[in-house]
Structure formats: structure tokens, C-alpha cells
Design a protein around this ligand. Structure first.
Ligand code: VG1
Ligand code: CO
Length: 562
């Protein structure tokens, strides 16, 4: 086969966001749009690309197959020596990360827009992961973007027959320009399932889920939301751990449009699961995952909600019951900046290092590689450890079940015990999705003005009888402790004297308009059982007042509250 050089023109909008390039499917379908971006990824890798192996796969959303075929042809022409691809293009984001590490390859390309809706009218995405298995750091995504603004040609092998190539397990070898090019189609779950077996005690988990002579079965309901985790859930929970395919799992067949739902595990988009647990008190536990399998939501009996910031803290406090940590020890903990600081209290008590990084999993990778970080999380339903370099929804559920098995306590009991010991960091996030960009930018600019002129500091705000005084206000900036790289303007923070926080950010994962996120947090030592929305109401009002969000966006209500 002979490769050719195809002429092209740059697109102006190929700047990767928090987690890769995400656009409407029709944007990716434009002539040369996907080709350009793939070529720019390869060009950004420079000399390392020649002779390399890459992993390719994704959540199976609409447009995955044509995108993978494009990657195969362009990779072959760019002297990549081998692609390892999940059958039918299916690999969860954590599974890609695990494969890159297992096979010690140069990197991987993940085809997903994660929790964004899929299907022809919705979103597609492409993300590059580096050799540690984690999302490419800013310097690489910036260089991909730079290249995309200048690209004039790409290399491809148009005659390489890709039809049904990814459907069947096995290895195909091609001769391209006199070099050998290999495509290996692998089972989507084998490697990941083996990794989970090494980390957790499957015998104990099976006893928990199936019950024993002494104990009834712990009744779980796992919701894959028609996303990629379905295949992993069936394999791990049904086949390995003996969960019932009828009663313990739901929506476990991956669909390319996620059945027209928003595959985002939170109280709004996974309301279906919440309602099921409320209706049926036979369930002891519920969990949901996002489209690409890196997010998780944990619920207890009657849909008792565990906020992700608390989930992280509880796991941090109980890691010793998981074989992986027993063997490897526990290094430090970390959270993204907007995540509530519950885990900080656990770190202080256990004498562990704690890191606060910008939003996005890519900022955890260096700390893990340096052996400083074992467990981390984000308020956006992301939890994970240094077993891979992505957050990991299934891992989080297995970790929670391990803690439950070890403590022989339910979810709500575990949380209440935790709060009694540490106090409670109340947290909520208000999302205003797809606002008009102009108004959202004006709002943020005005807040930035307050920070520049120092005007907020010392001011007192009162709402519903509570008064908060501003101690500090800034735009979060992070210096990576390992490579000293700097990430600026990562979110506006208003920090109050009592430790409460208000944070404002614009989302970097949306595909249209501007999504504003407002993060609200306070801490209570004694009063730990109040409803979070009630407890945080005064701060929410103050947050709206300071930002004038309603005036700038015309929105009276958030789209999603978590
Ligand atoms: C959101 C979350 C962030 C998360 C990112 C990717 O980013 O807030 O915490 O890391 O999504 O998650 P943003 O910029 O929209 O706030 V997912 O499951 O894409 O992989
Ligand atoms: Co995701």
C-alpha cells in the first residue's frame, strides 16, 4: 500500500478544553476536520511517533467507527508501527489508561465526549493520552492547537481497507510504503478486569454481593446509563461477583446515542436511578457511571446521596482495607481546587501530604508519577487512584463496596460516622448550562476586576441572617510541584473568614455556549445533619449577589444542582 499527502486548510476551533476536543458530531463530520486534528496530534508527538504503538478506543458513541478508521489510515501513513484497538472501538477511558500502562506504549487516542450526550445531533470528542496513561498536559494540547491553526496537509493511506476491521478480534498486518503496520483488535474488558482483580479482594466482594450463611446479600443497583461501562459491569459484577443481571444492573448495553439520555451520573441526569432507590427500599446501594466510565455517583439506601467530595474523604480514611494499598502503601491525597476540603481533614489526621490542583485529571499525573499521590478526586463525580492516570468509575464502586464489606456498615452510617469524627464540609455546585457567551464573559470579567482592584477583601455580606466576611479573593493559579509548570486563571475564588468558599468557573467541556459553574462550600464541626441546600442557602444568595449572575445571564435557576 502507498501513503499519499492530502492537502487541507486549518480550522480555527480545534483548541482542546478541560479534557480533549469536544464538538457537535456535525462539526467533526466536516471534510478534513477529524483528519486535521489527528494529524496535529501526530505532529505534536514529533520523532517519538515513528515506530510507536498507540492504543485507540472510546465509549462507542456515534461517529466513533469512522473516526477510528480515519485514525488507522493516518497512523499507517505517519509511520506508527502498531495500533491496539478495543473491539468495535469500545474501551472505557480508564481501560485505555490501563492498556497504555500495561503495554508501556507511547500513548493513546480516546474517542469520547465523556458525560456529554451522544448521537448524530450531539457531541463527539477526541483526546490524547500520554505514556503514563493520563490526559496530555497543557504543553502538548497547546502545541496540538498551535499546529491546527497552521496545518496545510496530512498523510493518509486511502487504500487501506478498514471495512469491518475493528469488528473482529485478532491481528492484521499491512505493508505501507514498504513498512509493516499492525492493527491488533483486543477484547475490551480483559486487561481492565485483570487489573481490578489485582487491586481488590474479589472473594470478599462476591460474599458481600451474594450474601453468606451469616449475612444477607448486599443489594446493589448499578446504572451504566447506556454508556461504555455496561460491558465492564456485566463482566465484573455479574460474571465475576455474582450480581443478578436482572435486579442488580441496568442500562448495561452501550448505545451509540446513550438511548437519548444525558449520560452524566448526578442527581439530575441520573434521576431515574435515584427514583428507583427511593421506591424500592430493598436496595442498599446505588451507583451510576458516565458515558466513558470515568465518573461515578454513589448512593446509599433510599437514595442517600454521597457528595463526591465526601466520597473521596471516606475512601481516604479507609484505604487500608483494599489489598492494593495494603501492598503499596498510601502516599498523599489530592483534590481539584473547587472540590470541598473534606479530604484535607483526613490527610491532616493521617499525616499525609495533600495537594490542591486545577480542575481536570491531567493535573494529578505528575504527582502520581513522582510517588507523592495515591488517591484523588474531583467534585464532578471523579474519583481515582494511582493504579492508572484517569479517574475510574468502576474502581470507585469497588472501593466503596470494599469499605462497606470491611466495616459491615451501610453508606449512610459510614457518612454519619465520618462527619461525627471530622465535621462536615457542606458543598453544592450550581451549573448554568449553555448561557450566552457574551453575558457569561462579562460576568467573569467583572469578577476579575474585583480581584484586580482588591475591592472585595474585608467586605461583609449578609443573607438570611448569616454574615460572611471576605478574607481573600483571587484567580486560582497552580505551580506543579514536580515540573514547575504554571496554570493560571483556573477559577475565581472568594474565601471567607470562617473558611467558607465561593468559586466561579467557566466550563471547558461544553460544545456550545458558555456553562457557568458556581461552587459553594462551608464547614460545620457540630451541625452535620442538615440538608446541604438548606445549610448553604445564605452563601448561594451571596454568591448570586456578588456575581450578579441573574442579571448577566437572565437565568433565575441553575440547570443542574449537585
Ligand atoms: C468538567 C469537570 C471536571 C472534569 C472534566 C472532565 O470540566 O468540572 O472536574 O475533570 O469535566 O470530566 P469543566 O471544564 O466542564 O468544568 V469527564 O468525565 O470529561 O472526563
Ligand atoms: Co467521563
Amino acid at each position: 500500500l502507498q501513503s499519499v499527502i492530502a492537502q487541507t486548510l486549518p480550522f480555527e476551533d480545534q483548541k482542546p478544553g478541560t479534557s480533549g476536543l469536544r464538538k457537535k458530531v456535525r462539526v467533526f463530520m466536516q471534510k478534513n476536520y477529524t483528519e486535521n486534528f489527528i494529524q496535529c496530534i501526530f505532529d505534536a508527538l514529533g520523532d517519538k511517533l515513528k515506530g510507536s504503538t498507540l492504543v485507540v478506543g472510546g465509549d462507542g458513541r456515534y461517529f466513533s467507527k469512522p473516526a477510528i478508521n480515519t485514525i488507522i489510515r493516518i497512523a499507517s501513513a505517519n509511520e506508527v508501527s502498531k495500533l491496539i484497538i478495543g473491539q468495535l472501538g469500545i474501551l472505557s477511558t480508564p481501560a485505555v489508561s490501563a492498556l497504555i500502562r500495561e503495554h508501556k506504549v507511547l500513548g493513546g487516542i480516546v474517542l469520547t465526549a465523556s458525560h456529554n450526550p451522544g448521537g448524530i445531533r450531539n457531541d463527539f470528542g477526541i483526546k490524547y493520552n500520554i505514556e503514563n496513561g493520563g490526559p496530555a498536559p497543557d504543553n502538548i494540547t497547546n502545541s496540538i492547537y498551535e499546529l491546527s491553526t497552521k496545518i496545510t496537509q496530512y498523510k493518509t493511506t486511502p487504500t487501506l481497507e478498514t471495512d469491518r476491521l475493528i469488528d473482529i478480534l485478532g491481528t492484521s498486518k499491512f505493508n505501507v510504503d514498504g513498512r509493516q503496520f499492525t492493527v491488533e483488535i483486543i477484547d475490551s474488558t480483559t486487561n481492565y478486569v485483570n487489573l481490578m482483580k489485582q487491586i481488590f479482594d474479589f472473594n470478599k466482594l462476591r460474599a458481600l454481593i451474594r450474601g453468606t450463611d451469616q449475612r444477607p446479600a448486599f443489594n446493589v443497583l448499578l446504572d451504566s446509563m447506556n454508556g461504555v461501562t455496561g460491558v465492564y459491569v456485566r463482566n465484573i459484577f455479574v460474571e465475576e461477583l455474582g450480581a443478578s443481571p436482572d435486579n442488580n444492573v441496568r442500562r448495561v448495553v452501550p448505545l451509540d446515542n446513550f438511548g437519548e439520555i444525558h449520560p452524566d451520573p448526578n442527581l439530575t441526569y441520573a434521576k431515574d436511578l435515584v427514583d428507583k432507590l427511593k421506591e424500592d427500599s430493598n436496595y442498599d446501594f446505588g451507583a451510576a457511571f458516565d458515558g466513558d466510565g470515568d465518573r461515578n455517583m454513589i448512593l446509599g439506601k433510599n437514595a442517600f446521596f454521597v457528595t463526591p467530595s465526601d466520597s473521596l474523604a471516606v475512601l481516604a480514611n479507609n484505604l487500608e482495607c483494599i489489598p492494593y494499598f495494603k501492598k503499596n502503601g498510601v502516599n498523599g491525597f489530592a483534590r481539584s481546587m473547587p472540590t470541598a476540603a473534606a479530604v484535607d481533614r483526613v490527610a491532616a489526621k493521617l499525616g499525609k501530604e495533600i495537594f490542591e490542583v486545577p480542575t481536570g485529571w491531567k493535573y494529578f499525573g505528575n504527582l502520581m508519577d513522582a510517588g507523592r499521590l495515591s488517591l484523588c478526586g474531583e467534585e464532578s463525580f471523579g474519583t481515582g487512584s494511582d493504579h492508572i492516570r484517569e479517574k475510574d468509575g468502576i474502581w470507585a464502586v469497588l472501593a466503596w463496596l470494599s469499605v462497606i464489606e470491611h466495616k459491615q456498615m451501610g453508606v449512610e452510617e459510614i457518612l454519619k460516622e465520618h462527619w461525627t469524627l471530622y465535621g462536615r464540609n457542606y458543598f453544592t455546585r450550581y451549573d448554568y448550562e449553555e448561557c450566552e457567551t457574551e453575558g457569561a464573559n462579562k460576568m467573569i470579567n467583572r469578577l476579575e476586576g474585583f480581584i484586580a482592584d482588591g475591592g472585595l477583601v474585608g467586605k461583609a455580606y449578609t443573607a438570611l441572617g448569616k454574615t460572611y466576611k471576605v478574607a481573600k479573593a483571587d484567580n486560582f493559579s497552580y505551580v506543579d510541584p514536580i515540573d514547575n509548570s504554571v496554570a493560571k486563571n483556573q477559577g475565581i475564588r472568594i474565601l471567607f473568614e470562617d473558611g467558607s468558599r465561593l468559586i466561579y468557573r467557566l466550563s471547558g467541556t461544553g460544545s456550545s455556549g458558555a456553562t457557568i459553574r458556581v461552587y459553594i462550600e462551608c464547614y460545620e464541626k457540630e451541625d452535620v445533619l442538615t440538608d446541604a441546600q438548606v445549610m448553604l442557602k445564605p452563601l448561594v444568595e451571596i454568591g448570586l449577589e456578588i456575581s450578579q449572575l441573574k442579571e448577566f445571564t437572565g437565568r433565575n435557576q441553575p440547570t443542574v444542582i449537585t
